[in-house]
Design a protein. Structure first.
Length: 110
């Protein structure tokens, strides 16, 4: 019986023929594009807010600005209040972090 979590039985991703080196370069390029787009989006959102706009419909998109309230737990204050007993409420979370940085190439000395 085939298992869904067995890599040999799952459908290949669209990058299955990409070498590890090319994958790193593709990921770095996509990350750079994303960061540029995020920076541009932040500037545009800030301008929208600075103008005091609430709802604007363009030719292709409608943009609205609404306020929302979110509660945040002050974990530092909770730890100070509970002392070491706060640890019984902690849970370990395992995650994979992918870090991307540009490769610095140095010209070889002649």
């Amino acid at each position: 019986m085939a298992q869904a979590d067995n890599p040999s039985t799952t459908s290949p991703s669209r990058f299955h023929n990409v070498s590890d080196v090319a994958l790193a370069d593709l990921l770095g390029q996509a990350d750079a594009l994303l960061k540029g787009a995020e920076a541009e989006c932040k500037l545009l959102k800030d301008e929208f807010k600075n103008r005091g706009l609430v709802e604007v419909s363009g030719d292709r998109f409608t943009v609205t600005a609404t306020e929302q309230i979110a509660g945040r737990l002050d974990s530092k204050a909770v730890k100070e209040y509970l002392g070491e007993s706060y640890r019984r409420f902690e849970t370990a979370v395992v995650s994979t972090v992918i870090r991307i940085k540009a490769v610095q190439r140095f010209a070889s000395a002649a």
